[in-house]
Structure formats: C-alpha cells, structure tokens
Design a protein. Sequence first.
Length: 198
Amino acid sequence: MKRNLDNRSLLLASLAVACAAVPASANLLQNGSFEDVLSASDWTIVGNALRTDKSPYPFIASDGFWAVNFNSADAVPNGVLTQSFTTVVGQQYDLSFAFGKWAFGGGTAALQVEVISGGSVVLDQLVSDSTGSEGAEVWNSYQFAFTATDASTTLRFTDRSNATASFDAILDNVVVVPAPGAAALLAVGGLLVGRRRR
C-alpha cells in the first residue's frame, strides 16, 4: 500500500512540476502574422488573396502591421491560403487566428478552415462575419483543436464569402501550438522514464 501511495504521490508531483515547467510553445507555423513577405517556405496563395497593410487606408492589423486580404477590390472570392508544418502522430494541437471583415458595404465575409493530416480532413469549420462599419475592420478571435494523424499536416483557408462588393475578408495572427495538456503529459512521461532508468 505504501508503495502505491508513493507512486501516486510521485505521479502527482511530477504532473505539477511538468505543468509548471512547460513553457509557452512556439508557433509551429512560419510567418503566422504575415509580417514578412510571403514565400515558398511559409504560405502558399492561390486565387484572389494577398498580404496587405491596406495603405493608404486606415487599417489596424490584429497583430503587427500586416494581414491577408481575401477578394480585395471586389475580386471573385476564390482565394486559398495554405501552409504545411511538422506534427506528431496522435498529438492534439490548438489552432487560433483572427478573422473578420473590412467593410464599406453589406454582405458576409466567410472562410472555410481545414486541417488535413495523413490525407484526411481532421478539422473543417466555417467562420463568418456580417458586421462591419464604413471603412473599418472588425476582428474576431477563433480557436479550434485537432489531432494529427501524420508527421506532416496542412492548414488551409478558403474564401467562402457570399459576395465581393465593397467588403473584404481579412485574416491575421494564425497560430498552431501543441495543446497544453499534451505538452505536460509528454514532460511527465520524460520524468517517469528518467526515474525508471535510475
């Protein structure tokens, strides 16, 4: 009985130490806030989407100075933005981003958000915004979880806006990190393995 209690105490203590010791994870995506010029090493854009600071119009990005603008200048809403990144099979990840509408008119800005891992879609969500005021951006924060099924995973944003007249869909501050619980469990596993080897 005493040994079982000792093991439980060790596990609880290890979990507490791991949770305290695990630092905030770095973004697994490259150039998630689009502050650098887009390149083949980070984002791929197909269709009507572009990196912009909205000059000379007043514009406040969600993070930094730049964002991605879909269907700018009343273009057809067909932009697709993708990036692939390294993952661990079976591990859960958190995806967060800011999305909204740059408005001079009515309509609904919308993005389909997909995560593809191991050839399968492991996350598929539609986010939309029908608000917005004259010449102003409206940012909304989103967060979703997914579990990787392959060592390489792809994040894809597709413009699904219902119109293009006098408004644009905008995206910024895209972040993918291991879920906090998963990081802590990995740290606990490392502590326990180290104890067994001693």
